[in-house]
Design a protein around this ligand. Structure first.
Ligand code: FAD
Ligand code: DLZ
Ligand code: SF4
Length: 510
């Protein structure tokens, strides 16, 4: 017989580790300390995943499989995936262990040593749930000077025949990004997000997480995420029916008190296997073809899944293991405590941290242009920023988190993912949100104690990194502006930035 291990983010019935399963094979799923604490994941992320794992194990049993499920607090649980596999090897003496390749490099490297440790073959199978294999991505990347997502996405659209007509892209245009930058309109009516009341399994898990992970970041209640494939599908359909139509227009918009906006909130389901990328893409394309949503909405949403999601995963496997160590801008600051406490007078940062704490979710622009932008401008070390992002979001696994943080937010890879840093002053946040209305700082002020910190930190960041960024062809205009600045202005920027960063490092409420 064979022992088939299914990880917490492999909750798909067609996962490759279940191919050719025989009646006497045993499936192992285990809630283990090593995976739950290698970073101190948000309480809601652990609750979501443990509940989804328990529901999935029940579905497998219902389908007639032999499943050994090891709950976190089982007395025999020795706390790691290897320890649980070892225990079952002693009990069943399997001929072979089969597992689908894990999403994180550290675990793949560990598993590659298992065969020797266990004294029997360990087969690590391809994860078919992605649309481009690491090898296919590497082939695409090979010989290219720049790895721009846009060109990768075009290839993927052609390959999967998505939003394509005989003579080219649907709408005769590849990209509708220019239509996807609307500021929030006043009185915008954002539909209710998907809500599922916790069943008994989820309630048990919530109790377990409250007991065992009390010192982890984040709120457990209210818990309303889907925890089964059926529920995740319902959440996806609700998004396509109610929110997708505005997804494109308001993709970059932020409104105080509206944590969910017109986003789909499906990354946590996609990344643990409850949903598959192609079904999300197909539903969005169908909604467009039936005239229910505009093209910029369907294209914008599909671009995220068929484009960005596959691209960052390809980049991760292409650049690992070195990608974790990259720090092109030599950022050295410790992560400010406000990322945990939300104790700050910067309203945009306060709102984004509070929503992250409540929901284990923030949407893309909050992650990129508020929380990420601040870490970039303040020069926080990539290790500290990566650890924070990896633990706070319910959809976070290193394969997707690391390229977004080190590549997109921090420019730590020196421009492999992004052609220039996504650095911005307060004017961007003012344009795309209403956060500035409720802020103690004034976004229109460039200097002085009342000025928006993003304003002077932006220019401090540019001049601090002059030597590394000046040659960037997309930053010519920025450096022209810097070069035209008076000495008084430069001094004011430096003084404000030094004062602010000193207070930040002293853990004062900035
Ligand atoms: P939507 O806005 O509705 O987008 C639809 C789907 O597209 C998402 O569910 C996701 O699967 C995919 N997608 C969109 N943007 C990206 C992207 N840049 N990279 C990969 N997939 C994308 N996404 C994660 O899944 N896990 C992470 O740990 C993660 N960390 C991030 C960290 C930073 C600093 C930034 C800037 C982005 C990060 N993202 C991450 C990407 C993106 O922000 C989230 O996928 C998105 O916010 C999830 O919410 P949603 O499901 O409502 O997405
Ligand atoms: C994220 C996570 C957590 C919190 N707990 C478990 C667990 O107890 N058991 C498990 O099999 N997987 C868990 N996971 C998901 C793994 O961390 C994930 O499979 C790896 O990071 C590879 O992507
Ligand atoms: Fe954020 Fe500056 Fe606006 Fe305050 S004024 S909300 S700190 S951008």
């Amino acid at each position: 017989m064979k022992l088939r291990l299914i990880l917490g983010d492999q909750l798909s019935h067609n996962i490759s580790s279940l191919d050719d399963i025989a009646a006497d094979d045993v499936i192992l799923m285990a809630e283990v300390r090593s995976e739950a604490t290698y970073v101190k994941h948000h309480k809601k992320k652990i609750a979501f995943l443990f509940s989804a794992m328990r529901h999935f194990a029940k579905e497998l049993e219902g389908a007639g499989h032999r499943v050994i499920y090891v709950p976190y607090d089982a007395p025999e649980n020795a706390g790691s995936l290897l320890s649980e596999v070892t225990r079952l090897c002693a009990r069943y003496n399997p001929d072979e262990i089969i597992v689908t390749s894990p999403g994180e490099y550290r675990l793949l490297a560990e598993m590659q040593g298992w065969s020797d440790q266990l004294g029997r073959p360990v087969e690590i199978r391809e994860d078919r749930r992605f649309l481009a294999t690491p090898k296919e991505f590497a082939n695409w990347a090979n010989g290219r000077k720049q790895l721009r997502m846009e060109y990768f996405f075009r290839e993927m659209r052609k390959r999967f025949n998505v939003l394509m007509e005989a003579d080219g892209p649907t709408g005769s245009q590849w990209n509708f990004d220019a239509d996807n930058r609307k500021p929030p309109a006043t009185g915008l009516d954002v539909p209710q997000t998907y809500v599922k009341d916790p069943d008994q399994i989820t309630q048990d898990v919530l109790g377990l997480v409250a007991r065992e992970f009390a010192d982890h970041f984040g709120d457990l209640d209210p818990f309303h995420y889907a925890v089964t494939r059926g529920e995740a599908e319902a959440a996806l359909r609700k998004f396509v029916a109610e929110r997708l139509t505005h997804f494109g227009d308001y993709q970059d918009a932020m409104i105080e008190g509206e944590a969910w906006m017109f986003h789909s909130h499906i990354a946590l389901y996609l990344n643990c296997g409850l949903l598959e990328p192609l079904e999300c893409i197909a539903l969005a394309e169908e909604a467009y073809r039936k005239g229910k949503v505009p093209l910029n909405a369907a294209e914008g949403f599909i671009r995220q899944i068929l484009g960005w999601r596959e691209y960052v995963r390809g980049l991760y496997w292409l650049r690992m293991p070195g990608y974790v160590d990259e720090n092109f801008l030599d950022a050295q600051r410790a992560l400010p405590p406000l990322y945990w406490t939300a104790q700050t007078q910067m309203n945009c940062m306060r709102q984004a941290v509070l929503e992250t704490k409540a929901n284990a979710y923030a949407h893309h622009i909050q992650r990129l242009m508020v929380l990420g932008n601040f870490a970039l401008l303040a020069g926080v070390h990539p290790d500290e920023v990566n650890e924070w992002y990896l633990l706070v979001y319910a959809d976070a696994y290193e394969w997707v988190e690391l390229p977004n943080v080190s590549g997109m937010v921090l420019f730590a890879d020196g421009g492999v993912l992004a052609s220039k840093p996504y650095a911005a002053s307060g004017a961007y946040i003012k344009k795309m949100s209403n956060y500035c209305d409720g802020c103690s700082y004034q976004v229109s002020k460039k200097n002085g104690p009342k000025a928006c910190p993003f304003n002077y930190l932006y220019w401090d960041f540019i001049s601090r990194n002059d030597a590394k960024l000046r040659g960037n062809p997309r930053m010519g205009f920025v450096f022209k502006t810097l070069d035209r600045m008076s000495d008084e202005k430069r001094t004011a920027i430096q003084e404000d930035s030094t004062r602010f960063l000193k207070a930040l490092d002293a853990h004062e409420k900035v």
